[in-house]
Design a protein. Structure first.
Length: 299
C-alpha cells in the first residue's frame, strides 16, 4: 500500500501554519481537530454495537477477548485490558492486551517490530485460541503487518476478528468479521496518529469494553458493582456503591459487606431480597450475575 494515499498520512490543510502561531491559536487548532473525533466515532456505532454483542456472547460462554496492536494502538489495547480487572472484577485472563515487541514496547518505542506479520501470528498462537475467543486488531492505518498477520491467523482458525482503524478501504477489511472505521482525517502534525486516530481508537475501546461488561451484568444502573475492594479507596467506593444502590443504613451495609467479604454485588442482592449469603449467591448464578434479573425473580 502506498502510504502517501493513506488518510492518516495526509497533510492537514488547516494546520500548515501551526508552527507560526501564538500558543493559544496553536492549541485552538489542535482542539478544533479533536472535536471531529467523537463525530467520526458516532458514525461507527452500528458496527461497534455488533462487536459488543458478539464479544459479550463469547465471554459469556467462557471465551476471552484479545486486543492486538503495535505502537500507540498496542498501548491503547494494553491500557483498556488492564483496567478491566479492577473496574469490573474480571479475571485478568478474560481481556488481554498484546503489543508488538512485548511489555518493553509499552514504555519504549520499538517501531521496527510492527513490520513482522509472522510475529503477530506467533504471539496469538501462544494464547492457545479457541473458537470462543475474540481478537480485536488495532492499527490506525489499517495496514500494520504485525496486526494483519495476527488477524489472518485468528480468522483462519475460526476466531471472531474485529478491526479498528481510521483509514477507509484498508487492508484490515480482508481479515475482519466486523470493521470499525472512524475516519478522523489528517492529523494536526502529519502522520502523528497518536493524536486524533489514537483518541478515536481509545473512544471505541471504551465503548467496547464498557458495553461488553454491562452485557455481562458487571453494572447495575450505572454503578460498577463488581469492583474489587483491594485498597482503602476502593473499600470506601464499595460502601458508597451499596449505599447508592440500596439506600440502606450504614449498619446494614457494613454487615452485608463484611459477611460477603466486600462483594458489592452480593451485598446489594442480600439487602434487596433479605436472602442469606448462600441463597443470594445461587440466585445471582441462576441469573448470570445480573442484579436486576435476580431481584425481579424474587421481589
Amino acid at each position: 500500500m502506498d502510504l502517501a494515499k493513506l488518510v492518516t498520512e495526509g497533510r492537514n490543510p488547516d494546520t500548515m501554519d501551526i508552527d507560526m502561531l501564538e500558543t493559544k491559536e496553536m492549541l485552538k487548532k489542535i482542539n478544533n481537530e479533536d472535536k471531529k473525533v467523537p463525530l467520526a466515532v458516532e458514525k461507527e456505532i452500528p458496527n461497534i454495537a455488533k462487536a459488543v454483542d458478539v464479544i459479550a456472547q463469547r465471554l459469556r460462554e467462557g471465551g476471552r477477548l484479545f486486543y492486538i496492536g503495535a505502537g500507540t494502538s498496542g498501548r491503547l489495547g494494553v491500557l483498556d485490558a488492564s483496567e478491566c480487572p479492577p473496574t469490573y472484577g474480571v479475571d485478568p485472563e478474560m481481556v488481554q492486551g498484546i503489543i508488538a515487541g512485548g511489555d518493553t514496547a509499552i514504555r519504549k518505542s520499538m517501531e521496527g517490530v510492527e513490520d513482522d506479520a509472522g510475529q503477530g501470528k506467533i504471539d496469538l498462537m501462544g494464547k492457545n485460541l479457541s473458537s470462543k475467543d475474540a481478537v480485536v486488531g488495532l492499527a490506525a492505518s489499517g495496514r500494520t503487518p504485525y496486526v494483519l498477520g495476527a488477524m489472518e491467523y485468528a480468522r483462519s482458525i475460526g476466531v471472531l476478528t474485529v478491526g479498528i482503524c481510521c483509514t477507509p478501504e484498508n487492508l484490515m477489511e480482508k481479515y475482519a468479521d466486523i470493521m470499525i472505521t472512524p475516519v478522523v482525517g489528517p492529523e494536526v502534525i502529519t502522520g502523528s496518529t497518536r493524536m486524533k486516530a489514537g483518541t478515536a481508537q481509545k473512544l471505541v475501546l471504551n465503548m467496547i469494553s464498557t458495553g461488553v461488561m454491562i452485557k455481562l451484568g458487571k453494572v447495575y444502573s450505572n454503578l460498577m458493582v463488581d469492583v474489587r475492594a483491594t485498597n482503602e479507596k476502593l473499600v470506601q467506593r464499595a460502601r458508597r456503591i451499596v449505599k447508592q444502590a440500596t439506600g440502606a443504613g450504614e449498619d446494614i451495609i457494613e454487615k452485608a459487606l463484611e459477611e460477603t467479604e466486600f462483594n458489592v454485588k452480593l451485598a446489594i442482592v442480600m439487602i434487596f431480597t433479605g436472602l442469606r449469603k448462600d441463597e443470594a449467591e445461587k440466585l445471582l448464578e441462576k441469573n448470570e450475575g445480573h442484579i436486576r434479573k435476580a431481584i425481579d425473580a424474587v421481589v
